[in-house]
Design a protein around this ligand. Sequence first.
Ligand code: GLN
Length: 240
Amino acid sequence: MSTESLRIVWIYPDLLSTYGDRGNMLILAHRAQRRGLPVEMYEVRSDQPVPSSADIYLIGGGEDGPQALAAQRLLGDGGLHRAVAQGSVVFAVCAGYQLLGSSFYAKGARCAGLDLLDLSSDRGPSRAVGELAGPIDPRLGLPPLSGFENHGGRTHLGSGVFPLARVSTGVGNDGASEGAWHGKLLGTYSHGPALARNPALADLLLRWAVGARELPPLDDSWSDRLRSERAAAVAAAARQ
Ligand code: GLN
């Protein structure tokens, strides 16, 4: 693996960081460093320009107001669009995921999204809160998604994206599919931070960023324990 630093940008922690989203950056950095890859982490606030030359961009979850503001600022800034055009990886969670699409709803109003993924979001009949799990698209070669969701929106996928997972527990996009991916862009409703519960997903993003087919394995026994504890809790709740 190259010794050039992996540059990770966390977009707008001042607006989109409701659910421990910093953890996703820390997990990526930790897993890269354990493989001997130096990492530079940048937190770009919403009053700062988004650099377009980083390897991985992270966008977190947030309430409706900050989500709408983030979309406006990212559209005005253009840095993320330039980065995507150059092949950067984007990992987006919940509000961040919704704003990658063409439009979403915030505080009852339809807002323009960044149009980076072929999807749009509207409002659901109720808030989706709880465990979110299901088998991931086999093309990605990952174990099942294990997560937690909390959102009012529902997301409709166009033909230009693939669902990230099928839903076996929870709601995700619409009760049937969860998240979306295309190229090196991937969005999910899973909070958590999602990558602490899904280390193989973290490694997929790292592999996309460095262009590696495989990475040396790490000891993931703590994440495995958490994943099986949560799966057992869901199964126990279903039996009641
Ligand atoms: N505001 C969005 C919704 O409720 C996203 C929420 C979130 O990021 N948790 O659908």
